[in-house]
Design a protein around this ligand. Structure first.
Ligand SMILES: Cc1cc2nc3c(=O)[nH]c(=O)nc-3n(C[C@H](O)[C@H](O)[C@H](O)COP(=O)(O)O)c2cc1C
Length: 386
């Protein structure tokens, strides 16, 4: 664990998980992660969030080295990577009071067995005076559970943002350049925030009038130039992109010929595209590309009447993560009979997209098939330009 002073009497206590390579068994974390807890030393000592249960001992050691008793624990989100060490903290500081939203209180009781009388639920806009410091609680639901809130600290103007604006990125640097944060922040947004892009917009609106000098999320680095991450979130959540992602599988090359043809045509039409062969692409790479795409071309051969299983699992994920795509086109080769269109529509059943006329061809594509792909490319160009 590392103690970093981020302002007078304000400390970041970061647990470094350098080797972690996946989160929630789905989100890749190539740069590891950190679990960040924050201490405000004042007349009342306040701890904001905690750490993974397995790292509770390190957090307790750091608090001991800072020689503090804890009066309040602010639980901004009940998930175990932030609140899992609270039971251990309560054993060490039995008089500490826990504050969280009403939804957070219920989850802390259910997930961590914390007694109800230890937790006070707080309302949006409620404040807490620590003495010299004042904490303002802003309820920000669905970034990323229904219980989430952020805390604005005065007079320092630090926003403790929990998962909002976080990234899985184990680094000892504080961030003041866009290049340092962009990739991991985008990966995090794509997997955690994208399904709730409208809630993200609403929560950004709630923060709009605050003067924020520093953002201190509960994973990854402290961000010294808040405008860089606020700008990225504004762009990602406002769905202004117009790229086309082509995700494909081809077992014997026919579907791949179709992909190469339509990709070439779209490039000739000056459409920004990204082509991903799912046989050798990480799922995360595709999900990140979808953050700023307006259309997706799914290219799959028929396997046992349905989309190739790798395509099907991607469709399931796309349906869940709700990228901002507005148009879906299905292309692919089959041998004798196919139900691929029906299955694709089923798998994308809950996202609000327009399905374009599919181009499904028997065997190897010929001249007429390529002409149909040209028509589809023109239609896509026309649609995304609107
Ligand atoms: C395991 C397997 C299952 C298949 N099942 C079907 C099927 O149910 N219906 C069909 O029309 N073609 C089926 N095919 C044939 C392929 O869809 C066909 O060969 C197609 O052209 C392959 O496209 P590709 O060259 O892009 O891999 C199957 C092929 C394989 C290898």
């Amino acid at each position: 664990m590392a103690i970093k002073k981020i302002a007078e009497d304000v400390y970041a206590l970061q647990s470094f998980d350098w080797d972690r390579r996946t989160f929630d068994s789905i989100l890749e974390t190539p740069k590891g992660t950190t679990y960040n807890s924050f201490l405000i030393k004042d007349e009342k000592n306040i701890l904001i969030d905690s750490t993974e249960p397995s790292m509770a001992g390190e957090l307790l050691e750091d608090l001991e080295s800072l020689d503090v008793q804890i009066d309040y624990i602010i639980s901004q989100h009940a998930e175990q990577d932030h609140s899992g060490a609270i039971p251990a903290l309560l054993r060490e500081y039995p008089n500490a009071k826990i504050l969280g939203t009403k939804a957070c209180k219920e989850l802390l009781e259910n997930l961590l067995g914390i007694p109800a009388d230890k937790i006070q639920s707080i309302e949006d806009g409620q404040t807490l005076s620590a003495g010299h410091h004042q904490l303002n609680f802003i309820v920000t639901p669905w970034v990323h559970w229904p219980d989430t809130m952020v805390t604005y600290l005065l007079p320092e103007a630090i926003l403790f943002s929990c998962d909002f604006f976080a990234s899985h990125f184990a680094t000892t640097k504080t961030i003041s350049r866009l290049e340092d944060i962009q990739e991991e922040a985008k990966r995090y947004y794509a997997h955690i925030m994208m399904p709730f892009s409208q809630m993200v917009q609403g929560n950004l609106e709630k923060l709009r009038d605050l003067e924020i000098k520093m953002i201190a999320p509960s994973h990854g680095p402290i961000i010294e130039k808040p405008e860089i991450i606020l700008g990225l979130y504004e762009g990602w959540s406002s769905q202004r992109a117009n790229k086309v992602v082509i995700a494909y599988i081809s077992m014997h090359g026919s579907t791949e010929l179709m992909v190469k043809h339509i990709a070439r045509m779209l490039m000739d039409l000056d459409v920004e595209i990204r082509v991903l062969n799912l046989a050798n692409t990480n799922t995360g790479e595709l999900i990140m590309e979808l953050v700023d795409s307006k259309a997706m071309i799914i290219a799959s051969p028929t396997v046992l009447t349905r989309p190739h299983p790798r395509i099907a699992s991607i469709l399931y994920l796309v349906n869940m993560l709700k990228p901002p795509i507005k148009y879906v086109a299905l292309i692919g080769s089959y041998g004798w009979g196919t139900l691929i269109e029906k299955e694709t529509r089923n798998l994308l059943g809950t996202i609000n997209v327009e399905f374009l006329e599919p181009v499904l061809i028997k065997g190897k594509p010929g001249k007429e098939d390529f002409e149909k792909l040209d028509e589809l490319a023109h239609e896509i160009k026309e649609k995304i330009g609107r």
